[in-house]
Design a protein around this ligand. Sequence first.
Ligand code: NAD
Length: 403
Amino acid sequence: MTSSELPTIGIAVIGFGWMGQAHSRSYARIPSLFPDRNAEPALIICCDNVEARGVEAVRSFGFRESTTDPAVAINHPDVDAVIVCAPNMLHEELSVMAAKAGKAVFCEKPVGGTPDQTARAEQAARAAGVITGVGYNYRWAPLVQYAKSLIDAGVLGDITNYRGRFFSMYGSDPMGLLSWRFEHDGAGYGVSSDILSHSIDLAMMLNGPIESVVGLQDTVIKERPLPKPGEGTHYDRGEPGDPTGPVTNEDYAGCFARFANGSVGTFEASRAIVGPQSQMAFEIYGTKGSLMWNLETMNEMRIFLTEAHDPGDGSAVIHDGYTTVYAGDRYPFHGRFVPGDANAIGYEDLKVIECAQFLEAVASGEQHDPGFAEAIDYVSVQAALVRSWESGGWEPVTSVRID
Ligand SMILES: NC(=O)c1ccc[n+]([C@@H]2O[C@H](COP(=O)([O-])OP(=O)(O)OC[C@H]3O[C@@H](n4cnc5c(N)ncnc54)[C@H](O)[C@@H]3O)[C@@H](O)[C@H]2O)c1
């Protein structure tokens, strides 16, 4: 048995909560799922300000070292790529530090809590010429990739309408803790930074740029129990009588949008809605057909076509009424996890695909998509939306990029 002759890409993960752990597990899974990879990932160092989390990263996830100091992780000589999974308001500082150290940087969405922070992080990465990546992981769902190929091939005709939503129950319980997500100091904006960003990013991937928006926002639950430092996540609850603090960013954000291709769209995101549990969903309608996809049933897509279409196997398919298509190994990436049709893959598998694509970009030196430039595309829409909350009218989308 010989060891791999591929170059090694050393990884530092900063912030070892839900996402830090998901990225770490995903890098560890790449070798067995991507035998055609162009580099070997090596988990070098994990950084969390809660020391026990870094210790656990070494004990159970295979990191060589841990630290509570981000500068130590970023400047580690064996680290080539820094994965930023800390709360949003730390993204700018950590991304800029990584870029200035000449390291590739993958930042969890939305790269900064505010559009200004995203713009400064992108400027620093561009100036340093480093590879960047962003955690818009729903792009990587095999049926979403298939949807994109159908849309790009004109199978749906000219696109007329788009509906995007991300309805989640994670903040619907008034006893849910006041984690950093509910505070402007920790997260920046609320759902518009957190989950609307996924919905609009996906829309722009599928249907191109947005030119103008008009929207509104609301905070439904105004006080929440205070968390204990270093314990729990935004899924945990307090008890009646616990001390509380104010929620300082929005629970709901919605808008109408006009796309550059002339189509119209609507978007809604809520973290305080009851019923839909993680409904990251889109519908796209064209003159010859339409598609519907929902993360809650991510291995299914509904398709309506008015004209015969060859899905690639020589058969002509026409859908007279909606047809449900199940994910399977004939769609991008799916067969790396399970063979055949309708054997489901899951949320964290999308993270493995994402990490594998980023690893390949770092090793090849070719910019990853989505990177910080695509993060700018989203926060430029967000900045227009925030202006619309204040003006009450339509606002043009202009790039927040700093030249
Ligand atoms: N792509 C997705 O689907 C997705 C899903 C969830 C979260 N996210 C993003 O990932 C990021 C992290 O979210 P999460 O849910 O993992 O949060 P989390 O609260 O579970 O984890 C955050 C971690 O960062 C650590 N931390 C806080 N301050 C730090 C500091 N100064 N230095 C080092 N570590 C520090 C915390 O101790 C915690 O372990 C956010 O930006 C969020 O928007 C993305």
